[in-house]
Design a binder for this molecule. Structure first.
Ligand code: CO8
Length: 260
């Protein structure tokens, strides 16, 4: 598929998706979301890709939100459909077998922060600015922000951010647990790639099953989550990766995982 709004590269098992509408601070419109959905599916099916990084083009923005200019033209039915599409694309990130790291290089507002929150974890530049300003537009977060931010930082802090629509800096976002680490802008992508490369070296099935256990376990009561974890571990014992990983340990060599 032709990508008009995204750039995509793969190097050493790590894919980098760059949201590329810098003239609109990388705002998410329908066309972009549709391209992102196809690209994510393609990368998930590509066995050579072990981790994915999502970032924004230019120095100013990761993603400044849903495209307000497009959203302003929508009727209620179209807005509902747009929200469902955004939620479906963001949910597909959570359901991917590969970890997705958000490298937030500037504004991550509204749908942009929601996109980052759908990723497995977030690194940010010192210049990042994050928030869910939807109430300033007379609407509410619609791409999962009320659910995902609350799960990450708890009800009280999420309430404060969502009810005021205020924008916070990288340090506060890190202190609140939204962002794992902060780096200088020129270092951000390299640091994210380093972590992607580290993930690319370990057992891909183990990573995929761990992601599955964590994501699905969050929606379960603890005892069901524990049972789910144990069954996934049991399944891993039928794979070559488990045999290779443990044989390599005994033979004091680096494991050669095949993802099978
Ligand atoms: N959508 C469309 N265009 C945008 C967006 C956006 N979210 N953000 C910036 N742009 C455009 C601007 O319109 C401008 O274009 P132009 O030059 O053609 O007017 C260009 O990007 C540069 O932006 P600014 O000149 O505004 O840059 P500043 O440095 O002055 O300001 C800000 C930067 C503070 C980030 C400012 O651009 C801003 O406030 N942007 C909007 C942020 C926002 O409100 N985001 C949330 C949007 S709502 C949302 O994400 C909800 C999605 C889910 C709900 C779906 C319901 C249907």
């Amino acid at each position: 598929m032709e990508l008009k709004n995204l750039l995509s590269t793969v190097e050493d098992g790590v894919a980098v998706i760059t949201v590329n509408r810098p003239h609109a601070l990388n705002a998410l419109n329908t066309e972009l979301l549709s391209e992102l959905e196809s690209l994510l599916q393609q990368l998930d099916e590509d066995g050579s890709v072990k981790a994915v990084i999502l970032t924004g083009a230019g120095e100013k923005a990761f993603v400044a939100g849903g495209d307000v200019k497009e959203m302003a033209t929508m009727n209620s039915h179209e807005a509902h459909r747009f929200m469902l599409m955004g939620q479906r694309v963001l949910l597909s990130i959570e359901k991917m077998k590969k970890p997705v790291i958000a490298a937030v290089n500037g504004y991550a507002l509204g749908g942009g922060l929601e996109l980052a929150l759908a990723c497995d974890f977030i690194y940010a530049s010192t210049t990042a600015k994050l928030g869910l300003p939807e109430v300033t537009l007379g609407v509410i977060p619609g791409f999962g922000g009320t659910q995902n931010l609350t799960r990450v930082i708890g009800k009280n802090k999420a309430n404060e951010l969502i009810f005021t629509g205020k924008i916070i800096g990288a340090e506060k976002a890190c202190a609140w647990g939204i962002v794992n680490e902060i780096y200088a802008p020129e270092e951000l992508l390299a640091r994210a790639k380093e972590v992607g490369a580290a993930i690319a070296k370990v057992g891909p099935l183990g990573v995929a099953y761990a992601k599955d256990a964590i994501a699905n376990g969050l929606n379960m009561v603890k005892e069901d989550g524990l049972r789910y974890e144990a069954s996934l571990l049991g399944i891993l014992y039928s794979t070559g990766d488990q045999k290779e990983g443990m044989a390599a340990f005994k033979e004091k060599r680096r494991a050669r995982f095949t993802g099978s």
